[in-house]
Design a protein around this ligand. Structure first.
Ligand SMILES: Cc1cc2nc3c(=O)[nH]c(=O)nc-3n(C[C@H](O)[C@H](O)[C@H](O)COP(=O)(O)OP(=O)(O)OC[C@H]3O[C@@H](n4cnc5c(N)ncnc54)[C@H](O)[C@@H]3O)c2cc1C
Length: 287
């Protein structure tokens, strides 16, 4: 018989997860409900007020793991790059219950919010309860948390309690770029997606920071800091020459696959075209 837990507090939820580590957490349930796997038990998190908070802590923006897309889209603190991706997720019905934390924990290469989160160096807060009832938490960079398709660096007794955007005011001050390519305007899982951020000093025309990440062209989101640094190292602001080199590098690195949604060739070609467009706009200052 399937067992369902409906904890009323986070501490109760963590105790359940400690005592029944195989129980499957359910946030909005939009991925769990279509999963073909039957679990012995489910842990429903939607009633936990502690996970429904978004706040600023020092330089960090801390987004509660239970916050649904609809709530986050109405929240002024959420970075525009993340909002741009969230607006593209599914349809209003899914955005009413689906969560950012659920998108991360689903660890799909096509998760729409992942490229923006990688660009913003997002961290995942994981909490658990020890045998003597103490609650402990640790943080992992999103790139260390997601290790493969549906694979997470997470202990069975842990729950994701927050998504943290460090230094979010700096990233909020950067120009943003987001593209999702799907089969139609809404209710479409990505064929590919791309997120970029650029900080350009308009007076000196120097770009002091750039970040870009690709979705659906590898087993996890692809962001390569060395390529970003290479772009920034362009001599005398000759960014256009460097853009060509970086596109060629990425041509060798991106490893998309053929599947029911697209072909590897299409994914790679369109991703590189989008990268070129992004780098050109950064170079010209037209983002
Ligand atoms: C019709 C449809 C359209 C969709 N379209 C899109 C789309 O366009 N783009 C896109 O990216 N996704 C899409 N999805 C997928 C899904 O809606 C998103 O991934 C969503 O963000 C999942 O959030 P959730 O809260 O519903 O997660 P859930 O289904 O509740 O959970 C997802 C996974 O995360 C785990 N989990 C959830 N919360 C926690 C937690 N706090 N701690 C530990 N583990 C946790 C669950 O156990 C499960 O493994 C679509 C799904 C459907 C059904």
């Amino acid at each position: 018989m399937v067992r369902n837990y409906f904890p009323e507090t986070l501490s109760e939820a963590l105790k359940i997860k400690r005592d029944d580590p195989e129980t499957v957490p359910v946030a909005g349930g939009t991925d769990v409900m279509v999963s073909k796997k039957d679990a012995g038990s489910y842990l429903y998190l939607a009633g936990l007020k502690e996970l429904k908070q978004t706040c600023v802590s020092g330089d960090d923006l801390v987004i509660g793991a239970g916050e649904a897309y609809r709530e986050l889209l109405e929240e002024p603190l959420i970075p525009e790059l993340l909002k741009a991706a969230m607006r593209e997720v599914a349809s209003p019905a899914i955005r009413n219950s689906g969560t950012l934390a659920g998108n991360i924990c689903n660890a799909s290469p096509a998760g729409d919010t992942l490229p923006p989160l990688y660009c913003m160096d997002a961290e995942v807060e994981l909490s658990s309860m020890t045998g003597d009832g103490q609650v402990t938490a640790r943080k992992l960079a999103i790139s260390e948390f997601i290790t493969g398709v549906r694979k997470l660096n997470k202990r069975p007794e842990e729950l994701v309690t927050a998504v943290v955007i460090p230094g979010f005011k700096k990233t909020n001050g950067m120009k943003m770029y987001y593209e999702k390519v799907g089969a139609r305007r809404s209710e479409a899982i990505s064929k590919l997606s791309f997120a970029g951020l650029c900080l350009r000093d308009d007076n000196s025309k120097i770009i002091s920071d750039i970040r870009f990440a690709f979705g659906s062209v590898g087993i996890t989101t692809v962001r390569i800091r060395d390529e970003e640094l290479k772009f920034l190292s362009a001599k005398d602001g000759r960014y256009s020459d460097m853009a060509e080199e970086i596109t060629n590098d990425l041509d060798r690195v991106l490893k998309p696959i053929d599947d029911q949604r697209s072909t590897a060739e299409y994914r790679k070609r369109v991703s590189l075209n989008i990268l070129k467009d992004f780098l050109q706009k950064c170079s010209e200052g037209s983002l």
